[in-house]
Design a protein around this ligand. Sequence first.
Ligand SMILES: O=C(O)[C@@H](O)[C@H](O)[C@H](O)C(=O)CO
Length: 468
Amino acid sequence: MKKFMDENFLLKTETAQELYHNHAAKMPIIDYHCHLIPKMVADDYQFKSITEIWLGGDHYKWRAMRSNGVDERYCTGKDTTDWEKFEKWAETVPYTFRNPLYHWTHLELKTAFGIDKILNPSTAREIFEECNAKLATPEYSARNLMRRYHVETVCTTDDPVDSLEYHIATRESGFEIKMLPAWRPDKAMAVESAANYRAYIEKLAEVSGVNISSFDDMIDALRKRHAFFAEQGCRLSDHGIEEFYAEDYTDAEIRAIFNKVYGGTELTKEEILKFKSAMLVIFAEMDWETGWAQQYHYGAIRDNNSKMFKLLGPDTGFDSIGEFNTAKSMSKFLDRLNSEGKLTKTILYNLNPCANEVVATMLGNFQDGSVPGKIQFGSGWWFLDQKDGMEKQMNALSLLGLLSRFVGMLTDSRSFLSYPRHEYFRRTLCNLLGNDVENGELPESEMPRIQQMVEDICYNNAKNYFNF
Ligand SMILES: O=C(O)[C@@H](O)[C@H](O)[C@H](O)C(=O)CO
């Protein structure tokens, strides 16, 4: 019987073990998409408890707890103690067998705190106290946790109106790990609510110093902010979109739609789609002009529980996988940019795994030889960032594209304890390749190249692709 989560966790063959221990594990981490709070890095934040760092914003755990019958008070409530929340999580953990949370929980306890115990109600108190004691020491500050995991660069997710003050402060502090902004302009195309959109554009005008009374003014303001982000080291954008928008439109139509919504009138569905189509093109052209990479996270249906959205807001565990026939609009969007010679490095993340082969084959339509792996299939995202999802994504990419040119994993997390997701990915990758070699599906004589491939996917490809 194999020991649970030993040093060869997920590595079923000796070749996989060699690939992981001698090549994957040593590579630094470039976490090019995450949701860390920049102020915590700037302040080198000291966490008050394991509950704060582990449960404070983790809607993955909240979903599991709710599914386990735990009252909301113990997920997001303000009237329960850290111990009460942790105890409920510890009660839930034994019910997460075969859910990635079970592996992540124990990988994080092991790699961050050196705790090999299984978390359950009987060990909850001792683990709670041991973690809290360690979190109270300087070795467990936000920055030292990043150092512990050999992090080299992180890219946060930032709105165009963000001051980036904490990125600037962190850089000026001399912190050796790069914390770079990533441009997330979703709100600049969120015209579903006229009132919310007006409020956002007024904030954009204030921050950019541009007096906005027209669509062209708004684009000027966004260009100014895009340039500011570039000055602060931003090298990539990110879009959270339901589907790809590629409606036909005229510039005059877009200007009129802007005037309508900015004037407070709600738009029709057709107008919304046209406006989003135009904004995606404009943002893509801005990224091309500055040589950034652009990321598209598509396919989520968000805030499905309207009652809980009113109570808790977005990103609180009430999102799920949508169904969108978006291959043709994705193709049309990319083709328009490519035809204009303005298609920059692009990473496509689908949330519905039924689209894996759609995305994996889409890449090949627009590789133009300028950059190895110019068009990328993003790593298993959100509900797919677990062993099964990662394997399916990498198998589709292997069969239909070039796995060797993949820029690899990211945490996409709000927690400083999530870096073991990179380890989880690296072990999964090495296991796939190790199996192939031992099954005679890859030549043992090419092991040096396979070893290089592992190091490239874990680090070198991202280093070269993003050029941070
Ligand atoms: O970037 C997104 O929109 C999603 O990753 C979102 O932030 C989600 O809450 C998440 O963190 C999934 O890992």
